[in-house]
Write a protein that binds this ligand. Structure first.
Ligand code: ACO
Length: 428
């Protein structure tokens, strides 16, 4: 990184700070010594202008609608790659050779079973528990079963934990679904692909042979690719912050799942489909667009807008195409897709959305596909968590491997009372 300089004038004095250059994207001003030299903090709630770390995993240019994983455009990965290959890429930095991919896939396949005792955790939840509630609990509990991969200072243990998380996530998510519908859990089938195995564990029943529909398997795999990583979003930053204290990887990923659950983040795919169903028919769209624009109405167009993308989310483009492929393969249709297409068209002609640069994000169309495949809306965010696990794990690993890594500890602008004396209760 070449050093440049940024000058900051505080109280009549000028301080110099180095500017660091990434391989692509905006330079960053290195203010690590700001407090030490000026006695000031920066104020940036929501981190709108703050780079919290250095990372070589994913690059986004929100203005141009670009998303690269280790340099490879998401469109190319979605078209030509597989989720296993993208996972290898994220974890290891380069695309695998055929042999490396086979080895990696074999390792992941042979870690898909979970400890049998974990099955009992599920019985402790109500049948109507949200799958994300179950995922937070069960994934966090993995650390109680896999002690041999919780020493984060050992790269080999970190690798094993990463593989375990990636491998067991489909099993855990499928079991959450099975539990909610009162069907028996299915064990993984090692003859199937990562995605095919997940579909079978979710939709198969012991009494019948489950046949994986290749087009659905492909679409699902692509959805996993589209969600695999997205640089320093809220859940990834949560994983990094949790991990910065030295917490074990299973606990950190559980923290990421909790953050992802929120409707402003991963919960948006569930919220987007619920919204589209509520809108129902295209003639009701203008009413909802007006509501979204009304400052006094908390309603927002779910699946629209993004903190980073101020252009079309490249993942939404692929997602929209995939809807048609799934509909064709399953010979189904859903009027909600027509509503989504028309809502997008009307919103993108409306000054409010144009001026604020609000475009469909990845969640706008994903719900339509997942619903066509047969997932209930409550599973949507669980699927997102499944796919994002590899990104979280890769980011966590990158952070722990960094020799300059320290505990994350933001500062604050204090606005509470200044020091005052305690008043006994009878004098208040
Ligand atoms: N509908 C209506 N208005 C919106 C929307 C929306 N979906 N999104 C943003 N706006 C408006 C805001 O009201 C705000 O207007 P103002 O400047 O007049 O106050 C302006 O656009 C900027 O919005 P912010 O909330 O400040 O933007 P921010 O970058 O903080 O938020 C977010 C991004 C949270 C994604 C937001 O666009 C949103 O809530 N979208 C709906 C939820 C959603 O789809 N989330 C999924 C994100 S993608 C993901 O996590 C995978």
């Amino acid at each position: 990184m070449a050093d440049k300089q940024a000058d900051l004038e505080v109280g009549g004095e000028t301080y110099h700070f180095p500017t660091l250059e990434g391989t692509v994207g905006p330079d960053v001003i290195d203010i690590r010594k700001l407090y030490g030299s000026t006695g000031r903090f920066t104020y940036d709630p929501g981190y709108k202008s703050t780079a919290s770390c250095e990372s070589a995993l994913t690059y986004i240019d929100g203005d141009e609608g670009v998303l690269l994983h280790r340099g490879y455009p998401i469109g190319q990965l979605a078209e030509h790659s597989s989720f296993m290959e993208v996972s290898y890429l994220l974890l290891n930095g380069e695309l695998p050779s055929k042999e490396e991919l086979d080895d990696f896939t074999q390792t992941i396949t042979y870690h898909t079973m979970i400890h049998d005792q974990m099955r009992q955790f599920y019985q402790g939840f109500r049948r109507d528990a949200h799958p994300m509630a179950i995922m937070c609990g069960v994934v966090g509990a993995l650390s109680a079963f896999y002690h041999d991969s919780t020493d984060i200072s050992d790269p080999e243990q970190r690798k094993i934990a990463s593989h375990r998380l990636l491998a067991k996530m489909p099993t855990i998510a499928a079991m959450a679904y099975k539990y909610s519908v009162g069907q028996p859990f299915l064990y993984p089938d090692n003859s199937l692909s990562y995605t095919g195995n997940f579909l079978r564990m979710t939709f198969g029943v012991p009494a019948e042979e489950y046949e994986v529909v290749p087009a659905v398997e492909k679409a699902m795999d692509r959805i996993f690719i589209l969600h695999a990583d997205h640089e320093q979003n809220a859940s990834t930053s949560t994983v990094r912050l949790a991990g910065s204290s030295g917490a074990n990887p299973f606990a950190c990923i559980s923290a990421g799942i909790a953050c992802l659950w929120g409707p402003a983040h991963g919960g948006a795919n569930e919220a987007a489909l619920n919204m589209l169903r509520e809108i129902g028919t295209p003639d009701r769209i203008p009413h909802y667009i007006e509501r979204a624009k009304d400052k006094n109405d908390p309603f927002r167009l779910m699946g629209f807008g993004h903190r980073v993308y101020k252009n079309y989310d490249p993942r939404a483009t692929v997602m929209q195409k995939t809807v048609r492929e799934v509909f064709d393969a399953l010979k189904v249709s859903d009027p909600v897709f027509e509503t989504a297409l028309q809502l997008e068209e009307m919103a993108l002609k409306d000054d409010y959305f144009v001026e604020k640069k609000l475009f469909p994000n990845v969640d706008f169309y994903s719900g339509v596909i997942l619903s066509a495949i047969g997932f209930p809306t409550t599973m949507f965010t669980a699927l997102f968590a499944l796919a994002r696990t590899v990104g979280w794990v890769a980011q966590w690993n990158e952070m722990i491997s960094d020799p300059d890594q320290v505990i994350g500890r933001p500062r604050q602008l204090y606005t509470g009372p200044t020091e005052r004396d305690y008043v006994p209760i009878d004098q208040r």
